[in-house]
Design a protein around this ligand. Structure first.
Ligand SMILES: C[S@+](CC[C@H](N)C(=O)[O-])C[C@H]1O[C@@H](n2cnc3c(N)ncnc32)[C@H](O)[C@@H]1O
Length: 350
């Protein structure tokens, strides 16, 4: 397994692990016979060496390959690549290699869209370059993709960073035109992503994700109710020793879900992400919160106009009441081709 990222805090001798992930998603422009799944496992292993993590498990559906990594997950489909890694991994350092493999092995010449996002780290200064600050990350991303756009949402300590090539609606028409052409060429490909990034979780729940309480990952998946959050997924789960948990779920229709858990009391963190389509995510959000009981969380929802979830970001804008939680911040952004809702919630004081 890759070099572990667990650091002992000198202040109180408690274990610290940076659960907050960096998430990069690259969409390539459709091209005849091009498919990222032509990239071999060995080639991915070499890419992940640059990131400082490795593959620990693999599952697939007809439409998506899903890898559980020593630090989170990777999903590969015909024209979309997603890499989500935590700890002090360096995912942006591998982008050049991925673009090269996409071109030379998979037949993808053109990048259509890029999303790079993360919550603020618990310990930003412990990160390796370029992840030690957002400006450096943006500079590197711009060196690959040209002029992207960078956004910082929410209050300083709980902010959420986003880099994308999407223009704000109505500001740049070149990308809009390209997007329309792609939609025309490949019919529409509706897309939506919900992420719930939770911190300061209930210790009784976190206990489930330790080897002391659960004999294996399956037991932890069932005891926590993870298997009920989105039914119908084939689950590939992993329980770390002495604690920590990662899972990927894939469905026949190509949808995925992924959950990663850092249970250490000093730095407890859980992330949930899925691209399952829905007219609203109230039930999914309620099940996630009931399973993990965070004190604080960031919620983000992206949706294209042709997605069943198209109206979700707008609905959430007005949706202030999540039982037991109060909204601390909320932003709604309309990009060309996507809308986005960001919100920060905290538990009502008991
Ligand atoms: C890989 S997991 C999931 C992290 C995830 N990003 C999250 O949302 O919290 C990290 C958890 O597994 C534990 N762990 C145990 N062995 C590990 C290893 N060899 N590499 C990475 N994490 C390990 C860490 O202490 C931490 O609790």
């Amino acid at each position: 397994m890759a070099e572990t990222e667990i650091i002992s805090s000198s202040e109180n001798n408690e274990q610290f692990f940076e659960g907050v992930e960096k998430l990069i998603e690259i969409w390539f422009t459709p091209a005849k016979n091009a498919d990222l799944r032509k990239i071999t496992r060995k080639q991915w292993e070499n890419v992940l060496k640059i990131v400082r993590c490795e593959i620990i498990s693999f599952t697939q559906s007809e439409l998506v390959d899903a890898y559980v990594l020593s630090e989170s997950s990777m999903f590969v489909s015909r024209r979309r690549w997603i890499l989500k890694t935590c700890g002090t991994t360096t995912p942006l350092r591998c982008v050049r290699a991925v673009l090269q493999l996409a071109r030379e092995v998979a037949g993808h010449e053109r990048v259509h869209n890029v999303f790079y996002s993360r919550r603020e780290f618990a310990r930003p200064h412990a990160q390796l370059k370029p992840h030690d600050n957002f400006d450096s990350e943006v500079e590197l991303l711009d060196s690959f993709f040209g002029e992207g756009r960078a956004y910082i949402m929410g209050p300083e300590k709980d902010c959420w960073y986003l880099y994308t090539l999407l223009p704000l609606e109505g500001t740049v028409d070149a990308l809009e035109k390209e997007q329309r052409e792609v939609v025309d060429r490949c019919q529409s490909e509706p897309d939506q992503t919900i992420e719930i990034l939770m911190s300061d979780l209930d210790p009784a729940v976190m206990d489930i994700f330790t080897r002391a309480a659960s004999t294996d990952a399956t037991q932890a998946t069932k005891a926590s109710g993870i298997d009920k959050i989105i039914p119908g997924m084939v689950i590939d789960d992993f329980l770390f020793d002495p604690c920590g948990y990662s899972m990927n779920g894939v469905a026949k229709d190509g949808c995925y879900m992924t959950i990663h858990i850092t249970p250490e009391p000093a730095c407890s963190y859980v992330s949930f992400e899925s691209n399952v389509p829905a007219r609203n995510y109230d039930d999914v959000i309620a099940r996630v919160l009931a399973a993990f009981r965070p004190a604080k969380f960031v919620l983000t929802v992206f949706a294209t106009p042709d997605s069943p979830a198209a109206d979700v970001p707008r609905q959430l804008k007005k949706f202030s009441s999540l039982v037991g939680y109060e909204p601390k911040d909320s932003q709604y952004v309309q990009f060309a081709g996507y809308s986005l809702h960001y919100a920060l919630y905290a538990k009502f004081p008991s």
